[in-house]
Design a binder for this molecule. Structure first.
Ligand SMILES: Nc1ncnc2c1ncn2[C@@H]1O[C@H](COP(=O)(O)OP(=O)(O)O)[C@@H](O)[C@H]1O
Ligand SMILES: [Mg+2]
Length: 260
């Protein structure tokens, strides 16, 4: 893994490994480097260690905190016209974020990172199992690292568990969808086996930038889609699940018991 780190001294940055910095600089624009440095000055981030995942619009890095704890930094880097259209669907109708939607790409990306941090914070407060939110500055979101020593935990999709273990995780994910809806007032909107990680037999729901308040015009459809994805996955690994309308009543708080 790359072991790159910046040192901040007297407001000046010294790049410890020049070659590695150049590799990273290709993906980081100046403003992003500045944002990471800001988080270092705040004492949130000590070093950036390597790439965990590089998606189309964002990258996730493994980093270290001042106290040596592992961090995950999700950095939004670019935005295609298509991504922009996608983001707008979740921003418009979200009363927390739809006042004065920014015109520039960078500002839109920053809003998107803010939205993810806000969702993560609200979900965490409601007791949903998500990586602990740590900080956000501009297009950089810092959270608890799920995994160990820079090796991320497997996604639910990649996990290899017994049917019983899957059944337990299914129940816990449903409990979390219920907490998200009834306590945080949030619908994830992109829930699937690709956005749940499994570590030490515990699940973590990730990737919450697109999550919307239950008042969003598409919240009901998004919730149905989330449940459909979850049911489909767990059925495929041999878990028998209740009918979706029963799950819907349960997660929205209309009933207090989920019958199997
Ligand atoms: N807190 C975290 N700890 C460890 N790995 C993470 C964490 N958050 C995300 N990842 C890894 O990064 C990948 C991409 O993150 P995600 O938030 O799903 O963004 P996207 O799917 O939009 O690229 C995940 O599939 C996972 O492998
Ligand atoms: Mg994802």
């Amino acid at each position: 893994m790359i072991d790159l780190f910046f040192k901040v001294r007297d407001k000046e940055r010294r790049i410890v490994d020049k070659d590695l910095f150049e590799t990273v600089e290709e993906v980081f624009d100046k403003a992003t480097v500045q944002a990471v440095l800001k988080l270092m000055r705040r004492g949130v981030v000590h070093s950036l260690k390597g790439v965990v995942s590089s998606g189309k619009e964002s990258r996730v890095y493994w980093g270290k905190g001042r106290g040596g704890q592992d961090l995950a930094l999700k950095i939004y880097l670019t935005s295609s016209a298509e991504f922009r259209k996608g983001m707008m669907k979740y921003i418009l109708g979200d009363h927390r974020f739809d006042k004065g939607v920014p015109k520039t790409t960078r500002k839109l990306i920053i809003l998107w990172a803010k939205k993810e941090f806000k969702n993560l914070t609200e979900l965490h407060k409601a007791g949903v199992s998500v990586p602990k939110p740590i900080d956000q500055y501009e297009n950089v979101l810092v959270m608890e690292f799920i995994g160990r020593e820079g090796v991320r935990a497997p996604l639910l999709k990649e996990s290899d568990l017994t049917t019983e273990e899957y059944a337990t995780i299914f129940q816990q994910v449903i409990e979390d969808v219920r907490k998200a809806y009834t306590k945080a007032g949030i619908v994830h909107g992109d829930l699937s086996e690709y956005n749940v990680m499994v570590w030490n037999n515990k699940h973590y729901i990730i990737d919450v930038s697109q999550a919307v308040p239950t008042t969003h015009p598409n919240a009901a459809d998004l919730l149905q889609r989330d449940l459909k994805n979850i049911v489909r996955f767990f059925e495929s690994v041999g878990v028998s699940t209740p009918p979706q309308n029963k799950i819907l009543e349960y997660v929205t708080g209309k009933t207090n018991k989920l019958e199997y």
